[in-house]
Design a protein around this ligand. Structure first.
Ligand code: PLP
Length: 319
């Protein structure tokens, strides 16, 4: 256990990688991890290259004699792309790389990367594992000798989870399976509702048949989780009005808790990225990320519907 998800990410990478090593890392990452890789790793003498998690044929040409590890996320944040995880595992084994995955978005209820063959699975326990948005914590899962090495370094870095947070996390995890069942069911219904609404231009949710990696997600996961993102006709201005009009989801950047949270990644988690890099990845200024909580699905849909209506009327008046 670590003191945060970022402690799990940074301690793992700084334990597996040494000065002179090279990392292959997925190009669409949680903003904090992206910033750590692009701003800090090189200071430790570690180089990196971004890879497209969906295009295994492109990975070979990015490998170097000093490539040590490959790092991906189960579902990318905030676009919910599902990398070709079977190929990541096979590629890592064939090239003798340590395969590392951030499994925060799926939780172990929906996906267990170690069973697929990943070497290390990381979590921000701040999210689904605790589920109540009242602690910060992280976890690293893998073979005991690797974990011992990471734990040793974690002790030196001072990233241990404090005892009270451990207690709360333990308590939160008792309802993880129940909570995930509700997140999975509710988010799928909400994603379908949004997809059918004329005001919504695009919905990114791996449980939708329209999602480009839906077939892969169906094969790999036991559920698609509570995270989705979407874009409204009317762009950023409409999105801001929409966020102001919803009454159940709270506008806040975290995710994975019992209460629904809604945010605009361009102004929160991905603020550290340049506009150009963000847009290249498909994270538009008006993209809305929605962490579906465990409230009544009907109430949430009703609330989203009224917010879609209000935001439309106001933006028409303004025009
Ligand atoms: C996928 C993912 N990994 C890691 C983190 C970092 O976790 P923490 O906030 O616990 O440091 C986050 C935070 O949002 C995340 O979404």
């Amino acid at each position: 256990m670590t003191a945060s998800g970022m402690a799990a990410v940074s301690t793992t990478l700084l334990s597996i990688m040494s000065k002179g090593d090279h990392l292959l890392v997925q190009d669409c990452l949680y903003g904090g991890t992206h910033d750590f890789v692009t701003e800090d790793l090189e200071e430790f003498g570690i180089s990196y290259d971004f890879i497209d998690g969906n295009d295994p044929s492109s990975w070979e040409k990015q490998i170097r004699p000093n490539t040590k590890a490959i790092y991906v996320e189960t579902m990318t944040n905030p676009l919910l792309q599902v990398a070709d995880h079977k190929s990541v595992v096979e590629f890592a084994k064939s090239k003798d790389l340590v395969s590392i995955i951030d499994n925060t978005f799926a939780s172990p209820v929906n996906f267990r990367p170690i069973e697929l063959g990943y070497d290390l699975s990381l979590h921000s326990c701040t999210k689904y594992l605790n589920g109540h948005s009242d602690i910060v914590g992280g976890a690293v899962i893998g073979r005991s000798e690797t974990i011992r090495m990471i734990k040793h370094r974690m002790g030196h870095f001072g990233g241990s989870l404090d005892p009270h947070a451990c207690f709360l996390l333990h308590r939160g995890m008792k309802t993880l399976a129940l909570r995930m069942r509700q997140h999975n069911e509710s988010a799928l219904k909400i994603a379908r509702f949004l997809e059918e609404n004329a005001s919504v231009e695009r919905v990114n949710y791996p449980g939708l048949e329209s999602h480009p990696q839906h077939k892969r997600a169906r094969e790999l996961f036991d559920g698609y989780g509570g995270m989705m993102s979407f874009e409204l006709a009317g762009g950023q201005e409409r999105a801001i009005r929409f966020l102001k009009s919803v009454t159940i989801p709270i506008t806040a950047p975290s995710l994975g808790g019992v209460e629904s949270l809604i945010t605009m990644p361009a102004t929160t988690a991905h603020l550290g990225m340049s506009n150009q890099d963000r847009l290249k990845l498909g994270i538009t200024d008006g993209l809305i990320r929605f962490s579906v909580g465990i409230e009544s699905t009907e109430d949430l849909i009703e609330d989203l519907a009224q917010a879609l209506d209000i935001s439309k009327i106001v933006s028409h008046t303004a025009a």
